[in-house]
Design a protein around this ligand. Sequence first.
Ligand code: PDD
Length: 277
Amino acid sequence: TIEYINGKYLSSGEAAVPLEERGHQFGDGVYEVIRYYNGHGFMLEEHLERLEKSAGEIRIDLDGGIGRIKEIIEEGVEKSGLKDCYVYLQVTRGIAPRNHLFPKETKPSVSMTVKPASALTRDMVENGVAAVTHADERWANCYIKSLNLLPNILAKQTASEKGCYEAILHKDGRVTEASSSNAFIVKDDTIITTPLSREILPGITRAALKDVCDTAGIRFDEQHFTVREMKQADEVFITSTTSEVLPVTTIDGDPVKDGKPGNMTKLVLELFQARTQ
Ligand code: PDD
């Protein structure tokens, strides 16, 4: 495992961040999670572009731009010696005496961890996971990958305490996304997912999946759907950098169709996996 902050590499667990770091005190920052497969950063450019966009939206000026961030990531991965790993990269507004207003002369902090990728278990991929539905209690700008994840962690904890892997979020019955992934249903061989808007994170895995479908001639519809439609769908799955493409086979304790991963999910999972190699 590699730990990095503002130009320095630390030994694991070493104290490094002052109390008055705005990431700590305000969650005033943005982040990315990037997967390396066999030494290759999967859709690295897309992650960097999203980071640039997130930072810009909260008016953090990336010192040296995403070019510098890319160098930091590549150096960190190289130092780690890991070929299959997760890069967690965070940029905050920096270190300054606590004050809600932006500090004037503070430089953004960049920190990173590089850790071995923990493979999803065979059971999860082959049998699917359980999910609960949960009210989407987040703010209006979920397209920004911000550090503020309190509603997300509370929803996911609730899911876990009910023996489930993920919480699928909805606003008055309309599905947005999940606590740390994007949500999809399959109906009559068409893959349906919530359209991009300020309400959801534009997932990089979602984008990869869309491209997989375009290439394979699979219908991919960006359209709203309800919790009720999801529960009556042929198949349900989620995507994220860490979950890849994961079948959801029960929701709120009830099986989706026969409670087994569906054929379309299995097909797009296979096509997705082929891209990561
Ligand atoms: N989460 N939606 C939310 C709310 C997320 O937090 C994530 C990713 C996604 C999927 O995005 P992507 O395909 O780019 O990973 C969707 C990361 C993995 C995390 O917070 O750990």
